[in-house]
Design a protein. Sequence first.
Length: 223
Amino acid sequence: MSVAPAESPTNEEVAWSPLPGRHLNRADAADRTARAPESHGSSRTARGRNSIGRILRAVMSIVLLVFLGLAVWPASKGGPLTFAIVSGESMEPGYHTGDLLVAVRKFDGYQVGDSIVYMVDDERLHGRVVHRITAQLPNGNFLTRGDNKPFNDPWEVRPDWILGEVELLVPQVYTALRIMASPIFLGTIFGLIVVLLLWPRDDDDEPTDAGLRSVEGEGAGRP
């Protein structure tokens, strides 16, 4: 019994394949060669978009940190806010010892009845005071008094002494404020904000459509 030799494919029908014993149809080989640059270009484009996204998030985190720093910059150093802890009974029943007051600097002036935080620079006292404006003198200075006192303070409050008008009261937060004002706590909060902004999103790790097509194309040529 004789066996006829198997016919070898002609050059017009097959193309060389890197896999032993495998031949690719020329049409398939040409199609795969044409798709390769497109897939690689799409992958590079996707990686470029992801890199741009990370850079934008880093810039946003820096801007946020700068904004927070400026927002809490003290009025005594030119900032808009002043934080003060009440000590004493002169402003009861409105304010009690241990309350946190947030005063905001006003650029359009202060009026009678405003509760203000100011820095006394007088021979009888040097320090911060939280009292209410009771009168404005012809020379532009103010008279102040504690809500729980029957008489005015013995000094005239100059406009440049005033740090701001009380806009927010947070009761009994002295202990918590001491912790929150510590450098370790503030550094931890800022660090968490930066990590959250820079943390890769889920879609950064997902394969692109071009990558999926490339993998599917390679799998189709395997046995």
